[in-house]
Design a protein around this ligand. Structure first.
Ligand code: ATP
Length: 325
């Protein structure tokens, strides 16, 4: 069946650059003679029927804005077969032939379930600050979040060095240390404590032994929020007990990491990926995520995108260690 109408939604955690992606999908679809319907609040909009038509002017003046103009939500109902049945019926009623979903691991897992049960072409775009999707070098929002963290750590550095303090700065990243590791490198921090290596080494003990030199007036350690690392608070408690000679402080960056105007890099990848999503759908592709590898657009099966295989480049950790002496 020829695709005439595309539905688009953003789901899960918002990420800067989602608006640029919505704009690119909308404009490429209209350019290709399709109609576009914006589904509000992620999968919830498919259940409640909160859907608006998107015309080219509706996405004007949005490329520079953070957040998502379609809103986002976490939708429990969509996790059940009954909920997805309702979502399918909404699509039928609205005449939506195919979906573009923008979100993280959960959003694309939901897309995979949905596409497995109903005959709907779905293309996913990786929209998450965590960069934890497999098959793409970068995700939409990751670069902006990295820059936000870097700016915050630069400011923390001023006060840390004035007081000779050890700062743990907690950043987002659940089970994945991309944000912590690469923002540590970008901000010239002394170490990053990330979930990937928790079972291999005691990263705190290693940092204290290797990194914290007397010649340094202060130290900043980036910590992924993950429960496995203990988070910044957990690590600070340990330092107070095990290494009481250090004057330790904690900053939890929290939701500030999600906000702000997307960087040029995020706007560019969102625009390229958004265009690619429509080209792929019109080309008969389905149930894939659009990724970018080595600067080129790639098509990644949804099953591969969400299989938690994406690994950090270990060499980056060594680089950080060398540069923090
Ligand atoms: P972020 O990485 O920024 O947190 P995310 O897309 O991983 O974003 P989730 O809350 O995990 O965010 O997922 C978003 C939504 O996707 C959920 O609220 C739910 O509606 C749907 N979803 C997630 N996993 C599944 C699943 N296995 N089956 C069906 N739907 C799912």
């Amino acid at each position: 069946m020829a695709i005439k109408c595309i539905g688009i939604l953003t789901s899960g955690g918002d990420a800067p650059g989602m608006n640029a992606a919505i704009r690119a999908v909308t404009r490429t679809a209209i350019y290709s003679g399709l109609t576009v319907k914006g589904i509000m609040r992620g999968y919830r909009g498919l259940i409640t029927g909160e859907i608006i038509e998107l015309r080219t002017e509706n996405v004007s003046n949005t490329i520079q804005r953070g957040g998502t103009m379609l809103k986002t939500a976490r939708c429990v109902e969509f996790r059940s077969r009954e909920g997805r049945q309702v979502a399918y019926e909404t699509m039928q009623r609205e005449g939506i032939d195919a979906l573009v979903v923008i979100g993280g691991d959960g959003t694309l897992s939901g897309a995979r379930e949905f596409a497995g049960e109903f005959d709907i072409p779905i293309v996913g775009l990786p929209g998450t600050i965590d960069n934890d999707l497999n098959g793409t070098d970068v995700t939409i929002g990751y670069d902006t979040a990295l820059n936000t963290i870097m700016d915050a750590v630069d400011k923390i550095r001023d006060t840390a060095s004035s007081h000779d303090r050890l700062f743990f700065v907690e950043v987002m990243g659940r089970e994945s240390g991309f944000l912590a590791l690469n923002s540590a490198l970008a901000a010239g921090a002394e170490a990053a404590i990330i979930p990937e290596f928790v079972t291999e080494v005691d990263q705190l003990a290693e940092f204290i032994q290797n990194g914290l030199r007397k010649s340094k007036s202060s130290s900043i350690v980036l910590v992924a929020e993950s429960e496995v690392t203990g988070g910044a608070m957990g690590l600070a408690e340990r330092v107070k007990k095990e290494y009481p000679q250090y004057d330790v402080r904690v900053t939890i960056l929290g939701h500030i990491q999600r906000g702000g105007s997307p960087t040029a890099s995020d706007r560019i990848i969102a625009s390229r990926m958004g265009e690619a999503a429509i080209i792929a759908l019109l080309d008969g592709q389905r149930n894939i995520m659009i990724g970018i590898e080595n600067q080129e657009i790639v098509y990644v099966p949804l099953s591969k995108a969400v299989n938690h295989e994406k690994s950090l480049n270990r060499a980056t950790l060594d680089t950080l260690k060398k540069l923090s002496i």
